[in-house]
Design a protein around this ligand. Sequence first.
Ligand code: ADP
Length: 674
Amino acid sequence: MSEQKRIAKELDQRVAERTRELAEANEALKKELVAERQRTEAARRASDQDSRVIVGSMPGLVAILTPAGGVDAVNDELVEYFGRTLEELQQWGTSDTVHPDDLTHVIQIFTKAIASGEPYDFEVRLRRFDGAYRWFQDRGLPRRDASGAILRWYVLHTDIDERKRTEDALRHSEASLRAIVETTPECVHVIAGDGTLLSVNAAGAAMAGASSVDLMLGRNFYDFVTPEDRERYRAFNVSVCAGQKGLLEFHIVRMDGERRHLETRAAPLRNDDGTVAQLGVARDITARKEAEARLRESERHLRQLTETIPVMLWSATPEGAIDYCNARFLEYTGFDAEQLMGSGGFTKILHPDDLDQTVQEWLSCIRTGASFRVEVRKFHAADATYRWCMANARPLLDEHGRILKWYGTVVDMHDWRQAQEELRQTQEKLAYMMRVTTMGELTASIAHEVNQPLSGIMTNAGTCLRMLAADPPDLAGASETARRTIRDANRASEVIVRLRALFSGKELTTESMDLNEATREVIALSMSELHRHRVMLRPELADDLPLVTANRVQLQQVILNLLRNASDAMVGVDDGPRQLLIRTERDEGDRVRLTVQDVGVGLEPHVIDKLFQAFYTTKSSGMGIGLSVSRSIIEKHGGRLWGEPNDGPGATFAFSIPRVPERTTGAALVMRNS
Ligand code: ADP
């Protein structure tokens, strides 16, 4: 063999050997690989088995997913929670296992995680077997092999419902707290110990005149406080930051330069970093302070007024105890406030004779709430006498009508009362004068009135004598004529009595009287005078006229005056009869009316008011006081006297008086002569 052939043969042998070796090695490797795979698979199976065992016994909801996201296995707890089978759970993406509001979000995160292989973590509401949704935290972790390929996803659902709800409640309460702070009209602020404004609400910013909260934060609040209050405020802030609660009134100057009065209520607030700040609520009390100042001013003004007014003022408790007398009151009575205060204090200053009645009246007013009004004599220190005063008081009532307080005045009316008395006496004298004058003018009438019974007496006495002188004496006739004599004498005496009354200067008291009878008497007295003036008198006296309580002489004076005026007014009437009508009648409201109507000169409307003024007369010999006195007499009887022109010729004058004069209202105590 050639060398070449040998080499070629050797090469072939080597190749064949090598190839065999390779094939053997290959076969061995193959076996090795298969064995390896079998070992790995067994390990994985063992591991899966382990995982399932672990998962099954874990205290939580656990699921194992395939790399594609399909549900591979779940633990018992999870099945119990959902109350669904593994197949049903596979469909979680389309069933109601996940709360509808969370589903889209969950699918999005889940899909992304499966695609990227990144772990996921989200919060989701999951449906429990009974339909209730509870919050869970879902965390998914991929488990990979050595090559990095995902083998399984391990998913843990942790029930966080409790925490979620607590967080929600906390968030809610924080939000409402913030809303309260933001909507409160008061300034809520947090100020650090050095005065730095750490926090403030919108109302606080507005209070300081800032357009936004940001403009305020970080500034030093001390700069807003007015210089005169700054030190006080600083001390207050320091004390609050040292743990003291407090209240402070102070002034600030707002950003727009306006000065405001604030009141801060503050408490210490511990910050997270351990420092303490002032948590304060500030109110703008400028308006209140101004109102208080105005009130103080008006109180001062009122006090000045009550202390300087020249009227005695007083007040009393609802029970009637005096609790205030002004300076004028004390000066007038010479007592000091303590002596007059309390119930019964005022009795010290009353005239002993007025005491009982005043106290009775006061007690009755306190009981009924009626206004108090008495005329009473009070002690006057300056001349140590009692002077007539008018005391008035009215109750101040609450909305239920309960008495809160009595307010009263006392007015010295002594001089006025004396003047009134003098006026009354003058009027009385005037009336008397007028009466006497009128009576003087009626002498003829009066003489006739007296003469009539007197001549009757004369005639009867003569007849009586004749009858006695007859033979035999006519005793029966004589005694009859003697009786007539006595009757006439009585009549004469009655006339004299009435005349004496009319001439008397004394006012007679009121009595129950018949106005018709009084009128007839006046007519009788005036009759011959009227005849002389050719007056035709027509009396129309009502039959059913009730009695009146009045002063007879005064009313007769008025009637006399009206008759005389009517007669005077007709002096110039020559073309017809001088008719004079005198009428009495019942009037509305339990009154009686007397009317005198003539056909004389009549009245011009513009003079009607003047007629009743004193000294107004159109007569050459008139005094002009008749109507003025008559009116005051009628008014004293609670009545009214008036005059008016007739439709035809002449005038009508009339008065109307109540049957019984009303009791003077209001004044429980009438004035008595001192
Ligand atoms: P005198 O009678 O003294 O004038 P009076 O006060 O009685 O005073 O009357 C005042 C005036 O009223 C009379 O002057 C008269 O002008 C007017 N007067 C009174 N009564 C009548 C009357 N009946 N008709 C017209 N005028 C009258």
